[in-house]
Design a protein around this ligand. Structure first.
Ligand SMILES: Cc1ncc(COP(=O)(O)O)c(C=O)c1O
Length: 419
């Protein structure tokens, strides 16, 4: 049986965690803070749990320089849960803003006229913009359509159209067909399956206001590069790639987006969905993420991972992690590009992910790709098989993948190509 140090795992999520954090985790599972009981056994409402929560928030706030007017929430339901929660919350806010405007213009006591006007505005003006650049933003847009109807979902760009039906490019912003005042614009910063990452914040979304906020799914590039949080209304990410184990989703939301929210009765009158209470961001925020039982162990792991980045990179904070991630990605892409007769990097150079490096071996020949995987495994390089929906190879370069692991993989790529 191989030991942990003999294996370099490049899986896309769940993904490697720092061994030092896992060693401490093993110990706190048995006995947390000399209490004689383990971390999974303590109450989520205990002082110890509250401290774990506030330490994790403080580390994240420090890493990303999160301003005071943003809230950090810990949720359950995974990244997919937030596909739905984004719609529930931001549509409820859009409706309430429109109701308030209608009341201001029509006057108090005009309930039925206000309702009539709202029905028309929902029908004619409620639009959610999605930039579909890969499998996860596609899923998010499909969930939005399932919840409120496809007539309200504007796919401002479908990247497959620019790339022979496959994801792998981000079409230029000039080609995006955006709504005038969408209730929000959604994008997935890093597409885990397709290896596509936005190189920078889209310039056409600069200056978005609270009525047309920008929402980003950063599940697979969370805390891997510097982010100007102020440009976003909402950032979310499942923990299980760069931050921790599966079980929690971290959400950074501008406080002004948590209010006002339409009453459930109004949403029902407008035939719009009312979200489950556990996805109701204002409720979760009011309860310091403890509306219901939060898996505190998961928060502890994420907190330890974030604190270890702060310890490692000091004043550089996330920029330190970003430069290591870039160094590893450049090393791997460098070897792949150097052997075009053996390897083909799937996404366009301008949209290549630093986190999920997707490539084909010998033009995608099944036998040769199997041979590649078997040879890699012999060297202790595992988790390289691409997502089942697209095939090929995927080397995930998350934060806990060491430079040494990337170097070993680069050496193997080199030798396989020359063999
Ligand atoms: C970018 C991205 N968004 C969302 C998800 C869905 O996350 P979950 O499985 O936690 O629902 C994933 C999962 O891999 C992902 O990579």
């Amino acid at each position: 049986m191989p030991s942990r140090s003999e294996i370099h795992y490049f899986g896309a999520g769940p993904a490697p965690l720092p061994t030092s954090v896992l060693e401490r985790a093993a110990s706190v599972l048995l006995n947390y803070d000399n209490q004689g009981i383990g971390i999974c056994e303590i109450s989520h409402r205990s002082a110890a749990a509250t401290k774990i929560l506030s330490d994790a928030k403080a580390s994240l706030a420090q890493l990303y320089d999160i301003p005071e007017d943003y809230e950090i929430l810990f949720l359950q339901g995974g990244g997919s849960g937030e596909f739905s929660a984004v719609v529930y919350n931001l549509v409820a806010r859009w409706v309430e803003r429109r109701r308030q405007r209608a009341v201001a213009e029509l006057g108090e006591g005009k309930g039925s006229e206000v309702l009539e006007r709202l029905k028309n505005e929902v029908r004619d003006e409620l639009k959610l913009d999605y930039l579909v650049t890969g499998s996860w933003s596609l899923k998010a847009s499909q969930e939005a359509a399932r919840l409120i109807g496809k007539e309200h979902v504007n796919v401002a760009v479908d990247a497959r159209k620019a790339n022979e039906g496959k994801f792998g490019k981000i079409p230029s912003e000039a080609e995006w067909t955006r709504s005038t005042r969408p209730a929000f614009t959604y994008f997935c910063d890093n597409e885990t399956v397709d290896g596509v990452e936005f190189p920078a914040f889209p310039s056409v979304l600069e200056g978005a206001d609270d009525d047309t906020p920008v929402v980003a799914d950063m599940s697979s590039n969370f805390i891997s590069r510097a982010v100007d949080v102020r440009k976003y209304g909402v950032i979310f990410g499942g923990a299980q790639k760069n931050v921790g184990n599966a079980g929690i989703t971290i959400l950074i939301v501008k406080k002004s987006l948590l209010t006002p929210m339409a009453a459930p009765t109004l949403l029902q009158q407008l035939s719009l969905p009312v979200g489950p209470i556990v996805f109701d961001w204002p409720t979760i925020a009011k309860n310091n993420s403890l509306y219901n039982t939060l898996p505190i162990f998961d928060v502890w792991v994420a907190g330890q991972v974030m604190q270890s980045l702060l310890d490692t990179f000091g004043a550089q904070k996330i920029a330190g992690q970003e430069s290591v991630a870039n160094q590893k990605a450049e090393l791997l892409y460098g070897v792949l590009d150097a052997h075009p007769s053996v390897y083909r990097v799937v996404p366009d150079k301008a949209a290549r992910s630093r986190m999920n490096i997707c490539f084909r071996v010998h033009g995608g020949d099944d036998a040769r790709e199997k041979e590649f995987l078997a040879a890699a495994e012999k060297r202790g390089l595992t988790g390289l098989k691409g997502h089942r929906s697209v095939g090929g190879m995927r080397a995930s370069n998350y934060n806990a993948v060491s430079l040494e692991a990337a170097q070993k993989l680069a050496q193997f790529l080199q030798e396989f190509a020359s063999s």
